[in-house]
Write a protein of this length. Structure first.
Length: 445
């Protein structure tokens, strides 16, 4: 596939593939491949010349070309080869270095339990330095906290039951890079997701110990990271969850990830983990929890942050704050983690395919695969989660009758019958909740 990409780069096209990603996809198609769309742009019809150009860029013919939707950039062109320089991390793609933001290529998320070195990093500010975990204190307070208290990590460990749970964390902006028109923020592709095992105490045990007032509605967090401006009075982020989410048995105050100290960039020495919701509710470098008698009003709680329009809006719309709602449970989604996009396989050979699927607070009920651009689908075997709010492994295999360029597409459905969309769903001002199907490229020789 490397050679396919190189050939693509050398092709006599009028615009580059990277530039094309920024355009209206149907217009990009026309410029790149001379592809004609129907007036609604729903299906593309590659002229013979366009088909040849696309085939040449990919390095082979496309047996299912007649099903290839308009505006669909072949998965083979996705860049996935940047290297991480964050200590303790391996193979992550850096989106930003101040603050650090780095995502994981899909093939490095193949493990059922995401290893620490492959867990993505999403920072809004600068991580604290020179941390002494033994001196670290967590304060619990707020107007609806009956008995404010402060705990060292050792005290949390001694006073409350220690639990280990595998919990999926996905950034609310994962997939943002695909919205057209582009939404501002980190241009995540698919890798701002992971599902490590966290060890700590239940948030509810700590809150109950401190006493939750009858008027409590929300729990907010504050971390020890610093605002990019350096101003100590500003918080980079201070979000939270409604009291019901905070009191779920899976909501943790954690100090370990996969049996080791939390990596610095993932919140060492203490963090909140509320799986299934946007990662932004899981406060890192956790210093202070506040039990609130109103929706927490910390940094990035108000629109446009981590909010989406209550009703669908036209792409590019300006949406008044009053018409935005705070994102809660994340939508159903899946990843193909094996094989790696771009592999070569021989015609007729059996190819194992596997990955994970998750659905916010819900369960995934099924995963389907397609090798003909969505014309036909076959079910994969889906495992139960290790525990509630952990992603679910799925596996299947495919076989290709003819040589050429193929894509494998995966589509998950949750227990309420909601399915992933094929294309980018509901445009929103900040580019959240893109749960479009993941797809990978395969060359059959
Ligand atoms: N204190 C603090 N907590 C934070 C953040 C942050 O910048 N500071 N980022 C949030 C966001 S937006 C996400 S997606 C997750 C990412 O967790 P990770 O970096 O461990 O993958 O942490 C959340 N918790
Ligand atoms: Mo996030």
């Amino acid at each position: 596939m490397k050679s396919g990409r190189n050939r693509a780069a050398r092709g006599a096209r009028r615009i580059s593939l990277t530039a094309a990603q920024r355009l209206d996809p149907i217009e990009a198609d026309r410029l790149l491949w001379g592809r004609e769309s129907d007036p609604l742009g729903r299906r593309g019809f590659l002229r013979r010349s366009g088909l040849l150009a696309l085939g040449a860029a990919l390095g082979s013919a496309i047996p299912h070309a007649r099903f290839l939707p308009a505006g669909l950039m072949p998965a083979a062109f996705a860049a996935d080869n940047a290297l991480s320089e964050i200590p303790g991390k391996e193979g992550l793609i850096i989106l930003n270095d101040r603050p650090w933001n780095a995502e994981t290529p899909a093939h490095l998320l193949d493990d059922s339990v995401t290893p620490n070195r492959h867990m993505f990093v999403r920072n809004n500010g600068l991580a604290p330095e020179n941390i002494d975990p033994d001196a670290w204190r967590l304060e619990v307070a707020g107007e609806s906290c009956l008995r404010p208290a402060s705990f060292r990590i050792a005290e949390l460990r001694e006073r409350f039951e220690t639990v280990s749970l595998q919990l999926q964390l996905e950034c609310g902006g994962n997939g943002r890079g695909e919205f057209v028109p582009a939404a501002s923020g980190n241009q995540w592709t698919i890798g701002a997701i992971g599902c490590p095992e966290f060890t700590g105490v239940r948030l509810r045990d700590v809150l109950n110990y401190c006493g939750i007032g009858a008027d409590a509605v929300y729990v907010g967090y504050f971390g020890a990271d610093t605002h990019l401006s350096g101003d100590p009075d500003l918080d980079p982020i201070s979000r939270g969850v409604p009291i019901a989410k905070a009191l779920e048995r899976e909501s943790l105050i954690a100090w370990r990830m996969n049996g080791e100290d939390l990596p610095l960039q993932n919140g060492f020495p203490l963090r909140l983990v509320c799986g299934g919701w946007p990662g932004s509710v899981s406060g890192k470098w956790l210093r202070r929890l506040v039990v609130r008698n109103q929706v927490h009003d910390g940094e990035k709680m108000a629109p446009p942050s981590y909010t989406v329009p209550r009703l669908p809006v036209a792409p590019g719309s300006r949406v008044p704050d009053a018409e935005m709602r705070i994102i809660e449970s994340m939508p159903v989604k899946s990843l193909i983690t094996f094989p790696r996009s771009g592999i070569s396989i021989r015609q007729g050979e059996r190819l194992d395919v596997r990955g994970h699927a998750w659905a916010g607070d819900d369960l995934v009920s099924s995963v389907f695969l397609s090798i003909d651009f969505g014309a036909t689908w076959l079910p994969a075997a889906v495992q139960s989660p290790a525990n509630r709010l952990a992603w679910q492994d799925w596996s299947s295999w495919v076989q290709f009758a003819e040589p050429g360029y193929y894509e494998i597409w995966a589509r998950a459905m949750d227990s309420a019958g909601r399915s992933q969309p094929m294309v980018v769903p509901g445009w929103n001002p900040r580019g959240y909740l893109n749960n479009a199907c993941h797809r990978i490229a395969v060359q059959v020789t």
